[in-house]
Design a protein around this ligand. Sequence first.
Ligand SMILES: [Zn+2]
Length: 209
Amino acid sequence: MGDIDSLVSGFGRFKEKYFNGADRLYDSLRTGQKPKVLVIACSDSRVDPAILFDSVPGELFVVRNVANLVPPHLDDGGTHGVSAALEFAACNLEVKHIVVLGHSRCGGIQALLGGATGKYITQWMKIAAEAARDIPRNRTDEQSGSTARICEQSSILLSLRNLLTFPCVRERVDDARLTIHGWYFDINSGELLGYDPLVKEFKALKPSL
Ligand SMILES: [Zn+2]
């Protein structure tokens, strides 16, 4: 089966499950959405939030871009896709949580650290330049995995700080209507880590019982 044919047959299975299945999920979703969580994830094909979190349609509002970056709030009259999605999720949908989801072996972060790149990626990744500021450029192969991990995780924290530059996010975080989270999916180990601001490090997340 061709690469495109497999998408069409996949859609058939999706439709059978969510339109014709026992719970007929789209009967209620047809009239609107009420997701409680906004996920900002990387475009990488290995880190689809809907699949990682085993979620169903209507559960997650998702923004994906190279290296799951949140640019700082910029009121310059320009067209800002991430900012528009953020505003819609926070103000219109009133999501309760925002998760910035980073991951290991991120190509965007590799580009930031001097790997293969292109002009648009180079420009885009400048948003995360601060996260790479203290990373040595002449790394051994042995060091490169751990320095990439440091940069991947610090860029998540930078995005969390940038989230708070948006007034619509800041005011909702301040009055506890909204909580922001920094998560990291380790492709090597299959672990999901979450940033713990109390100890200032990423720790394995476990489901609460
Ligand atoms: Zn990535």
